[in-house]
Ligand binder design. Structure first.
Ligand code: N2P
Length: 349
């Protein structure tokens, strides 16, 4: 009897902490899944449908930069089952041993994926990562306030719009407009080039209202910001309700990214995480995400379920030609320190 009570107490205790554990051998899913994703990056019913289908409760939490996720994983935060880093960050995380290899037997929906987004250099065999969504960076403009402008990164430096400009807030994407204006690569490791980019950013700082990678959506909506450097889908999400908002890719070129689902090495429920990843690769589920976020889907079979104004928009579904000549961010290895220093000098200036 005593033994029974003890067992009962242990069970109740475990359930209240982390819920029931998964068991891959019997196919039993965990009672909870912790999903850590970019903000404004999910379909309307993506999570609730998964919960209804499986009975797994999803704890959903958001971030707005790759460096934020990396810092958490490096600090040993072990609660996440699925996170969604971009290309270069997958490479960084693999090299630091922070990710867990995937069991492809649990991912049969992989057949739906667009081959152009599989086997990319940061994870050539998709051992650790499966693409989630992709897109570009550019500028959102409130054309009611600024009817005429040149499609250049230079718009972000136009003093007439002082206090109405917002910039992405991380050391890699944050430097892209300055590097592109100067004609340099977004992956430069030249100290000289980065110093020049920093000078430009310092010159711009007094007219910038905010460095932010998530609140610019609200700032554009409210009219506090008229020119936002941001990611394609985020700006399209504002434009959907306000036709005065326009997104463009500056003529100097930009960077593209693919964000990818990965399982951290210390994930509490890696099998349930794979079941979730497989669910996301279902064409209709992936289309549901694109229809809400206006980011492109890396799932070939999702196209039929995506609204035609999205698949037909050349600034969202970029042509192969633009894809070929655009840069992706890459892991710059040791030189990451240089970027960290440049970025913190900008912030403390
Ligand atoms: C969604 C952000 C898209 C991620 N808010 C950029 N990699």
């Amino acid at each position: 009897m005593k033994r029974f009570t003890a067992l009962f107490l242990i069970t109740v205790f475990t359930m209240s902490c982390g819920g029931t554990p998964e068991d891959e051998s019997t196919g039993r899913l965990a009672s909870h899944l912790n999903f850590y994703n970019w903000s404004y990056y999910i379909g309307e019913t993506t999570i609730s449908d998964f919960q209804d289908m499986t009975g797994v409760r999803v704890r959903y939490d958001n971030y707005s930069s790759n460096e934020e996720v990396l810092a958490r994983l490096q600090a040993g935060v072990s609660g996440y089952d699925v996170v969604v880093p971009s290309d270069y960050m997958v490479e960084v995380m693999i090299s630091l041993g922070l990710l867990r290899p995937l069991n492809h037997d649990n991912l049969p929906n992989i057949i739906h994926m667009d081959p152009r987004f599989m086997g990319l250099p940061f994870d050539p065999e998709n051992r650790y990562s499966i693409p989630y969504q992709w897109g570009s960076a550019g500028i959102g403009v409130n054309t009611a306030r600024i009817p005429d402008f040149e499609e250049s990164w230079g718009l972000l430096w136009d003093e007439r719009y002082s206090g109405r400009i917002s910039m992405l807030d991380d050391m890699r994407s944050g430097l892209v407009p300055a590097l592109k204006l100067l004609g340099y690569s977004v992956n430069t490791t030249s100290e000289q080039e980065l110093e020049e980019a920093l000078d430009l950013m310092i010159q711009q700082k007094p007219i910038v209202k905010a460095y932010t990678s998530d609140t610019y959506i609200d700032l554009l909506k409210s009219g506090d910001v008229w020119i936002a450097y941001g990611w394609s889908g985020d700006i399209y999400q504002v434009a959907r309700d306000n036709p005065d908002i326009r997104f463009f890719i500056p003529q100097e070129g930009t960077y593209l990214w693919v964000d990818n689902m990965v399982i951290p090495q210390k994930a509490p429920s890696p099998y349930t995480a794979e079941v979730f990843m497989n669910y996301i690769m279902d064409p209709e589920v992936s289309a549901g995400i694109t229809n809400a976020t206006w980011y492109a889907s890396p799932n070939s079979n999702a196209t039929d379920y995506i609204r035609p104004e999205i698949t037909g928009d050349p600034s969202i579904y970029l042509s192969d030609e633009i894809l070929d000549r655009s840069e992706f961010l890459q892991d710059v290895g040791e030189q990451t320190r240089l970027y960290e220093r440049i970025w913190s000098r900008l912030k403390s200036h």
